[in-house]
Design a protein around this ligand. Structure first.
Ligand code: PAF
Length: 283
């Protein structure tokens, strides 16, 4: 694996590899890698000549400075995992390299309703920050295929919308890879590293609440199921930001199963200090 820290060097490398049949797969990450990330690398390796992974903890997408300060950084381990997975390029830029002109945003991304619901409602400005960094990364890497994890489903929709807005949807294909779970159902996430032993024991309750909805769809409609499963989480001590049943395509909330051909339940809840998100396809 080649480690590249400078945008210009990566751009030159991409240019040198390009010919008619070269395919470049790209996995953007914020590091603290786990098996979920590695499954994205594996998906990319199957379909592309080269796989590029970026590790960059992007300051502009953190609405809470404490969350940014405490975001886990495990770069030595990340390098080992990426080497073992056969990743070709690790792009590990500095903040200066990614934001040479500072953090002020000179382009506002028009994302529509998706940016102000669910995560967007609780994390003001988050998706503009995601778009700033992903736009910059796409400019540098110029991938043919982009791999994202379903755990951040709303982010997948936002990034697809960004690609559309930038007129790149003919050029870049987005692949959403399934969420990987621990044996007890907890969705793999870099933030899980910050859970204490006690919090880790409680954390699978989130998946249990989602499964409860999936298992009771035939008997009950969304509003009642949302109420019951939110209460399940609150009774365990979680602070629920949202637990919503929505249409998979645009994440708009549904009140009756008939309103959607493909529904999904999405949740964000605090386990003490740690905010966990998850989602589950229902149909
Ligand atoms: O999902 C993440 O890790 C980040 O939001 C991303 C897509 C790498 C942008 O910083």
């Amino acid at each position: 694996m080649i480690l590249i820290k400078k945008a210009q060097i990566l751009q030159n490398w991409v240019k040198d590899q390009r010919n008619n049949s070269t395919k470049i797969g790209f996995v953007p990450t914020m590091g603290a890698l786990h098996k979920g990330h590695i499954s994205l690398i594996e998906a990319s390796k199957k379909m592309n000549t080269y796989t590029v992974c970026s590790v960059f903890v992007n300051p502009t997408q953190f609405n809470d400075p404490t969350d940014f300060d405490k975001y886990p950084v495990t770069i030595e381990n990340d390098i080992q995992l990426l080497e073992a997975a056969g990743c070709d390029i690790l792009f590990l830029p500095s903040v200066n390299e990614m934001y040479p002109n500072g953090f002020s945003q000179n382009q506002k991304y028009n994302l529509g309703n998706i940016e102000s619901i669910l995560e967007g409602k609780f994390r003001a400005g988050h998706y503009q920050g995601v778009c700033m960094i992903v736009h910059r990364l796409l400019d540098i890497v110029q991938p043919d295929n982009l791999y994202l994890g379903q755990k951040d489903l709303q982010q997948c929709i936002v990034i697809s919308k960004l690609i559309d807005t930038l007129g790149l949807n003919e050029k870049i294909k987005v692949t959403i890879c399934p969420t990987l779970r621990e044996i007890d159902g907890l969705a793999m996430s870099s933030r899980n590293m910050r859970l204490t032993k006690e919090e880790r024991k409680l954390a699978p309750s989130i998946y249990a609440a989602l499964l409860f909805i999936k298992n009771n769809m035939e008997e009950k409609q969304p509003p009642e199921l949302k109420k019951i499963s939110s209460k399940m989480l609150k009774d365990k001590g979680f602070k629920v930001d949202y637990l919503e049943i929505a249409d998979f395509s645009n994440l708009s909330s549904i009140n009756n199963w008939k309103e959607s051909k493909k529904a999904v339940v999405l949740v964000a809840a605090y386990n003490n200090e740690i905010r966990l998100i998850d989602n589950l396809l229902l149909s």
